[in-house]
Design a protein around this ligand. Structure first.
Ligand code: HSE
Length: 408
């Protein structure tokens, strides 16, 4: 089978190294990349032609499968649609496109008698989509959660273990190819919400829209938070979580604290962990590299192999069933104890006693510490919706407040 590769960046060159190069055991007699779309025609690929015009791939009938690794949204969305409409199978890592158009694109693939595979869009190299599809044959899944962004987990690990400052840790994550070209989706939680949308849509059999998921990123975390929470026996993590209670889905992306003994505390650097809970199997956890060239390329090429096998066997891989009757209702289902830091100097309206009073009106305090003109508060359990409202009521600038739910 001839393959057209869209994008020859970090992951694209990784997929090329496996399919056309010497990395791994790809069966060379079964498929090869014949054309690569890239802005830069001078890029070198030994055995495939670099093209700058997508028509050269889309109008080439000898190309039966397109690998979409352009990143971004608009152009790749158009390309994926066009490939499916042209009767080409598509394998992609693009969570922005899959997260936003899951139902439309899976339907389009079915209408055109081709396959759309997106394993690499969630959890980098972790085979979560395939495993979830397998578990769904017997189980009703009612919870999906995990550390789903390699960049932010890398940043938090460096801040915790090497006391690296946020910006330097981000630069390192960009240099090794974990972060997106524009890292604002990594930092702001958009990348995780797309991944949670994809997993939740599959798990609950309904189109869960990424845009409706409540998200808070890591923009406000500071070294002071890392130090204070570490002192209290916690690690800061960035979590995506969704639960389905009788058709009412709550989903959230937010910073959380976990005890040092919690399994998530040991998930470091670019590694991800994903947990799903089924009514028959119970909890299943999947762990592995969530970002990076080889791991993500591995997931891409696994999808290519699945398409090749299905074509050889004369069948199509199943399209997800999205007929479930569920509605997405904010973060209603979540509650927990909270950690809150407010910089006292920045908050002209409220002095320390005002802040404590305001918090106590909502939830009782368990521990308060003041240091370097900051107050660090640990609370009792409270509903997340109530704590979010409380946090919103403090009029503070960027970075002057950080809060995180404690996950047990
Ligand atoms: N930027 C993403 C991350 C890449 O850091 O997890 C993998 O989706």
């Amino acid at each position: 089978m001839n393959i057209g590769l869209l994008g020859f960046g970090t992951i694209g060159s990784g997929a090329y190294d496996i399919i056309n190069g010497e990395l791994g055991h790809f069966p060379k007699d079964r498929a090869r990349i014949t054309k690569i779309l890239d802005k830069d025609p001078s890029k070198h690929a030994d055995s495939a032609q670099i093209v700058t015009d997508p028509d050269e791939i889309m109008n080439d009938d000898s190309i039966e499968l397109v690998i979409g690794l352009l990143g971004g949204h608009d152009f790749e969305y158009k390309m994926i649609k066009r490939a499916l409409e042209s009767g080409k199978h598509v394998v992609t890592a693009n969570k922005a496109v899959i997260g936003a158009h899951f139902e439309e694109l899976t339907n389009l693939a079915e209408e055109n008698g081709v396959m759309l595979r997106y394993e690499a869009s969630v959890g980098g190299g972790i085979p979560i989509i395939k495993n979830m599809e397998e578990q769904l044959r017997l189980n009703t899944i009612d919870k999906v959660s995990g550390i789903l962004n390699g960049t932010t987990n890398y940043i938090l690990t460096k801040m915790t273990e090497e006391k690296t400052d946020f910006d330097d840790a981000l630069k390192e994550a960009q240099a090794v190819g974990f972060a997106e070209a524009d890292p604002s989706a990594d930092i702001g939680g958009g990348d995780v919400s797309r991944k949670i949308a994809i997993l939740s849509s599959l798990a609950y059999g309904a189109n869960i829209e990424d845009e409706k998921i409540i998200k808070r990123g890591l923009d406000d975390v500071r070294s002071a938070d890392i130090l204070e929470t570490l002192r209290m026996g916690y690690r800061v993590k960035h979590l995506g979580e969704s639960v389905n209670k009788d058709g009412e889905v709550s989903a959230v992306v937010e910073p959380v604290l976990v005890k040092e003994s919690h399994p998530m505390a040991g998930v470091k650097n670019e590694f991800n962990i994903i947990s799903i809970e089924g009514d028959v199997i119970g909890e299943l956890q999947f762990y592995g590299k969530g970002a990076g060239k080889e791991a993500t390329a591995n997931a891409i090429v696994e999808d290519v192999l699945d398409v090749l096998d299905a074509v050889d066997e004369g069948r199509l891989l199943k399209k997800p069933v999205l007929s479930g009757n569920v509605s997405l209702n904010g973060n209603d289902a979540f509650e927990g104890a909270y950690y809150l830091r407010i910089n006292l100097g920045a908050n002209k309206k409220h002095d320390l006693s005002d802040i404590l009073e305001k918090v106590e009106d909502v939830v009782s305090l368990k521990h308060v510490n003041t240091q370097d003109n900051k107050v660090f508060i640990f609370t009792d359990k409270v509903k997340s919706t109530d704590f979010d409202k409380l946090a919103e009521s403090f009029e503070v600038g960027p970075g002057e407040m950080f809060y995180a739910r404690i996950v047990e």
